[in-house]
Design a protein. Structure first.
Lengths: 614, 805
């Protein structure tokens, strides 16, 4: 600290930092990216291990016998589903009652802000059916949830069958210490959202639901089951939840441990763990797995029905049965035994899952990177912003008075508050417009243009986004007189600090999102001045803007998933992703859309403003 | 077989002896004894045979005459009997076994000496010679007699208390001697001993029941069974006399000092599960609060008696429950209790330091019941102002003498059951308590055990009080987990034991099976069938019960053990709609705030009724009382009485009591918001991430009874009974407990203290250090200090006396 309090040394340090600012920034950026890529390299990561003692080495013997009967129940369910043309509520209630559960139903209805074209729904009405297995001699304070969505078509019948089979088997056991809630939710996430809001009696999204009649206390953990075939080749674990929240790593460990024990292939992101880390293909496999997780997490949307539980501090994951062309098949009895084992271990929990990590990335199901390892990658990127801010601050605090050639000493006028405030306010107003107008003006758009509501919303959003690019000219029209050299520096200082705070906060909540934004926005923020070549810089800036980042992410994601798309398909996908993002915000309270519209986009506009500073 | 034969023979001997000795006493029978016995007979008659219009002579005032006649008849029978034949031997044996329940003697102790049967008079003279001989041998056998300490002590105690005449004492002694003698002869089998004890007691103190029986016995066995069968028909049709179940209110005060009754009620539940409720009741006429110290304990457990005396307890109610009563599936319990442990105590108004006494009492009880009651302190103790009134006599209204506490976290298991069983006079050795085996009791869906001590009236005028100890144990067995596929229940299946006898110390020992929903046997099938039915109004509903009297040998049948079998015929029932039930939950998410919702359902179609809601919330949930809302049917429902005591951090909990009127057919919702406090780090439990418990709310209500609600005129019943809708039991008192809550508080990450310490220290050192440095440093222009070489040069120069550099 003597370093900073000693004026001489401080001066020297600052001098060095300002002199070497650009190279240091370059090095930081490259180091950050390299660090991030290194996270997928196996020797740098840790092997997963069970932290929770209560679930550790306890003996659980799985005895679930009735896989075939469960599948038969599933077929019966499918028949009834087809007959009623939706959720067979009465049949489910009767079946659950016959299995000795306390059965309740919940009706819900929701009018979407605009029609969802992917899932073809607008006015959603549905019923959730859930049965509670009351634990003997337990006072209804804790519960576990097993859910299966009732999907349209022929999907997920086996999941419901297995759920009912497990309910029947669980009911005849005496060892339960927590109530177990078997939930069949209609309209996937909307039903789940309604049920969770009803259970916790909150209303965050303006949905109509009938209050729940039966509860089981505080829910400790939940699993959501998706199974669409009688046999599976592997089980896929989905962790990413709303707003990039992840369940405790112990839940993933538990799943992996039981897959190992029972001998089921298990994957995450649809990718098997590989052992050949020292080969290029092994490494790229790990990078792909991790990048898929990063992209999914950054998307801030729930990637399974479990995703909504996380808001309520309930550890949850989705288990999806995958039936591919492999030889080795697993039958429903085995899957049932796996779930039985997991529930028995969860039943043993004395406390909520809290021992292991909540912030992690998984390059494979057996490896993880904890927050302590991945944060430096972001930290190195964020450091660039701080260095640039320091540089600007130094430049501003020691004004270059020697600019005068003809002897007249010009003291640069300190920029007025107005010149800084105006672009700030205007760009934020644009952000507000981007956030509110698409949904509000959909009717207007539909009236005047030959588009559907969904297209109207998406296209309005894109239009407003593009219109924002014309702002600098209008901003300057508002200001009296020319912008000064000092002016843009102050504005840039503000913008850089703003971006640093914004990205820092984002990365703390959702590392993936923060990192991806930093990757694109930081270089742009570092080197934009009014003095760089305008056209080239403008093109670069547009390419690095949040909107186009999303477009690239869509292509990249498809590439990683090994389902590459053409440009045309990619564009359509991009449009649908935007509409889904807006819907996610309206339906489940995903924060990506407001974050992008209200904060990130205005911030980017500030830099755009600087580029066109006059 | 030989042993059995021997036993039979010697039963006969004893009987002869007793019968002869008992006769003397007849002349000294106090008048009161007869009166009370007559009254007692009536009670029993009313209970077991509600009313028999077809047989008016049976239970009218003419009874004494008839009794006399019968006595005459029996006496005649006796007289004709010359030598004891084999036939008579058997009869005697049967008679003895039938009345084997020796408990009755203890209850109607005073009566007993006064009740020897009259026919024994003649026998006595015959036996006088043997008696003399025995008196001689008495001294010799005193040593051997001491082996039977229990029997003797009891007998002596009874003798003292009842101030028997010298003759009677002698008689008893003789009998004992006989017993000991015989005991020496036969092997020292336990069974035999108990049987002997029972026999002895039974014979010296025949109860009025016995009397009744004896009127019918002696070669009238067949006639008797016929009578029961005849009455069975009548009972099935006549349902008028509504006698409360044996547990409902104390019967006419027994003249003896203490008295023990046991019973088991089995209720097949709507859901296919089965509910077994044990009640053991000890009433003692001792005055615990009087000046003289109570030091002789017989049936009343000494450990509790001493506690009551020492801490001046007026009433004590303690319950340990594992599980939550599922009202929607099971209906109402006979005795509700919240999950975990609950303790409420009314102290005598002589207690000055109530809090101190309460603290000590909880610690002592904690030791007695092997429970963590010592965790009861001021932070979870409240003084309800209205919800908990004394259940015994006494009109105390000053609730400063009341303390109430719950421990929702308390786990109940065998270590609590064992001390509880030890309080029973028969322990777990005999009577109904043999069923209380922990391996089965804890293989159930609900388990609750309780101890209630309260003062009750000793006689109808209530001139003096006696102490009542009521031990209850409720257990629900689950059809799915223990039924093993078969839809049937038996005593053996439930408890892995069958009943072979009542507790010999109990004056009554009965098993009731609720057959209300099963009038035609369409719901389930009960075997062995019992002809005895009784009716009672329980929780506002009229219930019919099959009764198995364990004091009657006939109850055990030929196999000498009672194993009721209940076979379900009907399928699982739908969920019930109990008149009053409630639920409670925590709403909201996140760790900062939350909302407690309490829903109270009134399912009565047209009547509103008031309820008292009591909730005690720990201090670390900071209730915002201004957010308290009560609404029914979407409208504001103003409580007519609110008692709110705000919490004090680390000292006392919130107490909220409200009197609410529940509109008919409605849900009343009480919500209050709270904020979660951040505890000090030492205040967290060892498992902070489990959450913190909030005890059950208590809803006390006067619920309109089902009987009164029944306006359904389609039922076939007498016209005269259905004009006015309300009957005498218009409403009944009921208590409902809500679920306890598990609330998560903001919890630091205790698993990383090292990281936390390192980080904090670094931040403090770096941040504070540099700031302190900057703030306190004074900048001054300093002469550049000379270099080392210069200083050395100066030193040398000083020595040389040359001016310094």
């Amino acid at each position: 600290m003597g370093l900073l309090s000693d004026p001489n040394r401080r001066r020297a340090l600052i001098g060095m930092l300002t002199r070497l600012n650009a190279p240091i920034c370059m090095i930081c950026y490259m180091a950050g990216v390299a660090w991030f890529m290194g996270l997928a390299f196996e020797p740098f990561t840790l092997r997963t291990y069970m932290s929770e003692n209560a679930m550790g080495s306890t003996m659980v013997e799985e005895r679930f016998p009735a896989g075939e009967r469960a599948l038969a129940t599933g077929r019966e369910f499918a028949a009834h589903k087809k007959k009623t043309g939706g959720m067979p509520v009465d049949w489910l209630v009767r079946t659950m009652q016959a299995r000795g559960l306390e059965v309740y139903t919940q009706r819900f209805s929701r009018k979407l802000p605009f029609p969802d074209e992917d899932k073809e729904r607008y006015m959603v009405k549905g019923t959730n059916v859930y049965g509670i297995l009351r634990a003997p001699r337990a006072p209804r304070t804790e519960a576990l949830v097993l859910s299966a969505p009732c999907s349209p078509g022929n999907e997920n019948n086996q999941a419901v069958g297995l759920l009912l089979g497990l309910a029947q088997y669980f009911r005849s056991q005496i060892y339960w210490a927590k109530d177990i809630i078997f939930l069949v939710n209609e309209h996937d996430l909307i039903g789940m959202q309604a049920w969770l809001e009803g259970y916790h009696h909150t209303n965050t999204t303006g949905m109509d639901w009938s209050p729940l009649q039966g509860r089981g206390g505080s829910i400790q953990a939940a699993l959501s089951l998706e199974l669409s075939s009688d046999v599976v080749t592997s089980l896929d674990l989905v962790l990413e939840g709303l707003n990039g929240q992840l369940p405790n790593l112990d839940l993933a460990n538990l799943f992996y441990a039981f897959c190992q024990k029972i001998g089921v292939l298990c994957t995450t992101q649809g990718k098997l763990p590989r052992n050949d880390w020292d080969t290029t293909s092994g490494y790229s496999h790990a990078v792909q797995t991790m990048m898929l997780m990063v992209l999914k997490q950054a998307s801030s949307r729930p990637w399974g029905d479990h995703g909504l539980f996380l808001r309520y501090h309930i550890e949850a994951a989705s288990i999806k049965g995958v039936n591919s062309f492999r030889q080795y098949k697993t039958d429903a009895t085995t899957v049932g035994r796996l779930l039985e084992g997991m529930y028995r271990k969860l039943n043993n929990l004395l406390e909520r899952l809290h021992q292991s990590y909540f912030f992690y990335l998984m390059p494979s199901l057996t490896r993880f990177v904890s927050i302590g390892y991945y944060m430096p990658a972001f930290g190195l990127l964020a450091l660039i912003l701080l260095l640039r801010a320091l540089d600007l601050w130094v430049q501003l605090s020691s004004p270059p008075t020697r600019t005068t050639e003809d002897g007249v000493e010009v003291v640069p006028a300190s920029p007025g508050v107005l010149s800084i405030l105006t672009p700030l306010v205007i760009s934020h107003l644009t952000g507000v417009a981007l956030y509110t107008l698409p949904v509000l003006s959909q009717e207007l758009a539909v009236e005047h243009f030959p588009v559907s509501e969904t297209e109207a919303v998406v296209l309005t959003a894109i239009a407003i986004y593009t219109a924002g690019l014309a702002l600098p000219h209008n901003t300057h029209r508002l200001l009296a007189g020319e912008g000064t050299e000092q002016g843009w520096k102050v504005l840039k200082l503000v913008a850089v600090l703003y971006l640093a705070v914004l990205l820092g906060c984002t990365a703390l909540i959702n590392f993936s999102l923060g990192f991806i934004l930093a990757l694109t926005l930081v270089p742009l923020a570092a080197f934009i001045t009014p003095h760089v070549p305008k056209t080239l810089s403008a093109v670069v800036m547009v390419i690095l803007s949040p909107g186009l980042t999303l477009l690239f992410a869509v292509f990249f994601f498809q590439e990683l998933q090994e389902t590459p798309v053409t440009l045309q398909e990619g564009w359509m996908l991009y449009l649908s992703v935007i509409s889904q993002g807006i819907l996610d915000h309206a339906l489940y309270g995903s924060l990506l859309y407001p974050l992008a519209a209200l904060l990130v986009y205005p911030c980017w506009l500030l830099f755009w403003n600087i580029l066109f500073w006059k | 077989m030989a042993a059995r034969r021997c036993l039979g023979l010697w039963f006969f001997l004893i009987t002869l002896c007793v019968v002869s000795t008992g006769a003397d006493v007849l002349h000294t029978t106090p008048v009161t004894g007869t009166e009370s016995s007559a009254a007692g007979t009536e009670t029993v008659v009313a209970r077991e045979q509600p009313e028999a219009p077809s047989d008016p002579g049976e239970h009218t005032a003419a009874e004494p005459t008839r009794e006399g006649e019968q006595n005459d008849r029996t006496r005649g029978g006796e007289q004709t009997r010359g030598q004891p034949t084999r036939e008579e031997e058997q009869e005697q044996e049967q008679e003895q076994e039938k009345t084997r329940e020796g408990e009755e003697l203890t209850r109607e102790g005073e009566q007993t000496p006064a009740q020897p049967t009259r026919e024994e008079e003649e026998e006595e003279e015959e036996q006088e010679q043997t008696r003399g001989e025995e008196e001689l041998t008495r001294e010799e056998e005193e040593l051997t007699r001491e082996e039977e300490e229990l029997t003797k002590e009891e007998e002596e105690l009874t003798a003292e208390e009842e101030e028997q005449t010298r003759e009677e004492e002698e008689l008893i002694r003789e009998e004992e001697e006989l017993t000991t003698e015989e005991e020496e002869l036969t092997t020292e089998e336990e069974e035999l001993t108990t049987e002997e004890e029972e026999l002895t007691r039974e014979e010296e103190e025949p109860t009025r029941k016995e009397e009744e029986e004896e009127q019918q016995t002696t070669a009238q066995q067949e006639e008797q069974t016929r009578r029961w069968e005849a009455t069975e028909l009548e009972e099935e049709h006549v349902h008028d006399a509504a006698v409360p179940p044996p547990a409902a209110d104390p019967p006419s005060p027994p003249p003896s000092k203490d008295d023990f009754q046991e019973e088991l009620v089995i209720r097949p539940l709507h859901s296919g599960d089965i509910y077994a409720s044990f009640q053991f009741r000890t009433v003692w006429d001792a005055d615990f609060m009087g000046d003289q110290k109570v030091s002789h304990y017989r049936l009343f457990p000494k450990s509790l008696g001493q506690v009551i005396t020492k801490f001046s307890v007026r009433e004590l109610h303690i319950s340990f429950t594992q599980g939550y009563w599922r009202t929607m599936q099971w209906g109402q319990p006979y005795l509700p209790s919240p999950p975990g442990a609950e303790l409420w105590v009314w102290f005598q108004d002589t207690v000055t330091d109530v809090d101190g006494t309460w603290k000590e009492l909880t610690n002592v009880l904690s030791g007695i019941f092997c429970a963590s009651l010592n965790f009861i302190d001021s932070t979870n103790t409240v003084q309800p102002s209205a919800s908990f009134k004394p259940l015994g006599i006494g009109n105390v209204t000053d609730h400063s003498f009341l303390r109430y506490a719950t421990l929702p976290r308390e786990i109940v298991c065998t270590e609590n059951l064992t001390p509880w069983k030890k309080l029973l006079p028969c322990g777990s050795k005999a009577g109904l308590s043999v069923l209380l085996k922990s391996e089965k009791l804890f293989h159930s869906t609900f388990h609750s055990q309780a101890v209630h001590v309260r003062p009750v009236c000793q006689d109808p005028q209530c001139r003096t009080t006696s102490m009542e100890l009521r031990q209850t144990l409720n257990v629900v067995f689950d059809l799915h987990t223990s039924g093993q596929g078969k839809r049937e229940w038996s005593l053996f299946k439930m408890f892995s034991r069958t009943l072979t006898e009542g507790c010999p110390l109990a004056s009554s020992s009965k098993v009731y099976v609720d057959v209300t929903d099963n009038p035609q046997g369409e719901q389930f099938e009960l075997s062995p069938a019992t002809p005895l039915l009784t009716q009672a109004v329980v929780l506002g509903d009229r219930r019919t019960y099959s009764v198995y009297d364990l004091t009657q040998q006939a109850s055990f049948g030929s196999s000498r053990s009672l194993n009721m079998l209940l076979r379900w015929k009907a399928a699982d029932g739908e969920m019930l709609r109990p008149l009053l039930h409630s639920e409670r939950y925590v709403a909201g998410y996140g760790l900062q705030a939350g909302e407690i919702h309490t829903l109270i359902y009134n399912h009565h179609p047209y009547r509103a009724f008031p309820v008292l809601l009591l909730s005690a919330v720990p201090w670390y949930l900071r209730l915002y009382i201004h957010t308290l809302t009560v609404s029914s049917k979407g409208k504001d429902n103003r409580p007519s009485y609110i008692h709110y005591q705000p919490s004090k951090d680390r000292e006392r909990p919130h107490l909220l009591e409200m009197l609410l009127q529940l509109p008919p057919n409605s849900v009343t919702e009480v919500t209050v918001e709270f904020e979660r406090a951040l505890l000090k780090w030492t205040e967290y439990t060892p498992d902070p991430n489990h959450g913190f418990y909030v005890g059950s709310s208590v809803i006390s209500a006067l619920v309109p009874s089902v009987v009164a609600m029944d306006t359904n005129s389609t039922l076939d019943r007498p016209l005269f009974s259905s004009f006015f809708p309300c009957k005498e039991e218009a409403s009944y008192f009921m208590r409902v407990y809500t679920e306890p809550l598990l609330v998560n508080l903001p919890t630091p990450d205790f698993s990383m203290p090292y990281n936390v310490i390192c980080l904090t220290c670094t931040v403090v050192a770096v941040g504070y250090g540099s700031l302190y440095n900057l703030l306190t440093r004074t900048f001054q222009v300093d002469e550049p200090s000379p270099g080392l070489a210069k200083r050395i040069a100066n030193v040398i120069r000083r020595f040389r006396g040359v001016p310094l550099l």
